[in-house]
Design a protein around this ligand. Structure first.
Ligand code: FES
Length: 103
């Protein structure tokens, strides 16, 4: 067991219990912190857009071309922008810190 630290769109911090093997999008959605994940993780909607904290950005696997293409369709990107459905949570990501991006 481990945790993800999330800042929601209202600026409120949450510590969410994470589940190994789950997509980060699924963890955010199940905790009801304002993550939609409309396409269910098919990399087709970008409603799971998050901004990974600077200290964690280099510790994630790099995005695949499919994720990069979908991110490029968003009107506003940030350093650390990722699609949370493309990140599988495991113990190596215990303490992962991120912000849910604005719509
Ligand atoms: S849930 Fe649709 S792109 Fe991530």
């Amino acid at each position: 067991m481990g945790f993800i630290h999330v800042t929601d769109r209202a600026g409120k911090r949450h510590e969410l219990e994470a589940v190994e093997g789950w997509r980060v999008m699924e963890i955010l959605r199940d905790h009801g912190v304002g993550m939609e994940g409309i396409c269910g993780g098919a990399c087709a909607c970008a409603t799971c857009h998050v901004v990974i904290d600077e200290t964690w950005a280099d510790r994630l696997h790099p995005p695949r071309d499919e994720e990069i293409d979908k991110l490029d369709e968003l009107p506003l990107l940030h350093d650390g922008s990722r699609l949370s459905c493309q990140i599988i949570w495991g113990p190596d990501l215990d303490g992962l810190s991120l912000t849910i991006a604005d719509d």
